[in-house]
Design a protein around this ligand. Structure first.
Ligand code: PGA
Length: 251
């Protein structure tokens, strides 16, 4: 049985003082959630988020991590720095990182390995652009992104891996993949994981991301291989985030 997950991706939103307000709203809102609840916040909000969520059911994640352990990498944050703060999760390979910050499949893999080796749980993002979907290469693209991201990841480490399928054309656009489109690619990702990790692939949560909201979450989450959501805009409102978390059916 895979535990369902809702993971908020706050992106570049919320100052530390604004984060304190949102976390204070989230704590009572999600306290009875039956799913795993994760909030991935800007680096500057992590101390606040970790301190406030201590002893609650909310897990804190970062939105990126550098792959080197330490050294002359001005402006970067290492996995050890995150672990030392009490951070548990980190997103790697988000399409905005790939698009605006020259992230490649190779650097996604390096970041994932660094995070896993430091004991973090990683949420690895994959997904096609509109042009790639229209050209009919979604599966090839997702296969390449997934396989390269997981290069040298061990079967044991897979217990700390979450995959997020985020079609780029659905992120922040209000256009959601249909539940059928999501299920098709989620099932395909699971076959890729099975090729490498066998039956253990059935334990890996695969989240859907891209304009996930209270109104579409139940239909998406009802699909066999959709184990939850990576949620951007709707994670910035406690009521919406909670409502999405209530969208899990009994499977
Ligand atoms: P969105 O973002 O929910 O605002 O579309 C999702 C994401 O980019 O993780």
């Amino acid at each position: 049985m895979r535990k369902p997950i809702i993971a908020g991706n706050w992106k570049m939103n919320k100052t530390a003082s604004e984060a304190a307000v949102l976390v204070d709203e989230l704590i009572p809102a999600v306290k009875d959630a039956s799913c795993e609840v994760v909030i991935c916040t800007p680096y500057t909000d992590l101390v606040t988020a970790v301190a406030k969520t201590k002893g609650t059911n909310i897990h804190v994640g970062a939105e990126n991590v550098h792959f080197e352990k330490s050294g002359a990498f001005t402006g970067e944050i290492s996995a050890d720095m995150l672990v030392d703060l009490g951070v548990e999760y980190v997103i790697v390979g988000h399409s905005e990182r790939r698009q605006y910050f020259a992230e490649t499949d190779q650097t996604v893999n390096k970041r994932a390995l660094a995070a896993l080796n430091a004991g973090l749980k990683v949420i690895i993002c994959v997904g096609e652009s509109l042009q790639q979907r229209e050209e009919g290469v979604t599966e090839e693209l997702v296969r390449m992104q997934t396989k390269i991201a997981l290069r040298d990841v061990t079967a044991e480490q897979m217990a700390n891996v979450v995959i997020a399928y985020e079609p780029v054309w659905a992120i922040g656009t209000g256009k959601t993949a249909t539940a059928e489109q999501a299920q098709e690619i989620h099932a395909y990702i699971r076959t890729i994981l099975r090729e490498k990790f066998g039956a253990a692939a059935d334990e890996t949560p695969i989240l859907y991301g891209g304009s996930c909201k209270p109104s579409n979450a139940p239909e998406l989450f009802a699909k066999e291989d959709v184990d939850g959501g990576l949620i951007g805009g709707a994670a910035l409102k406690a009521a919406d985030f909670l409502a999405i978390g209530k969208g899990f059916p009994q499977k």
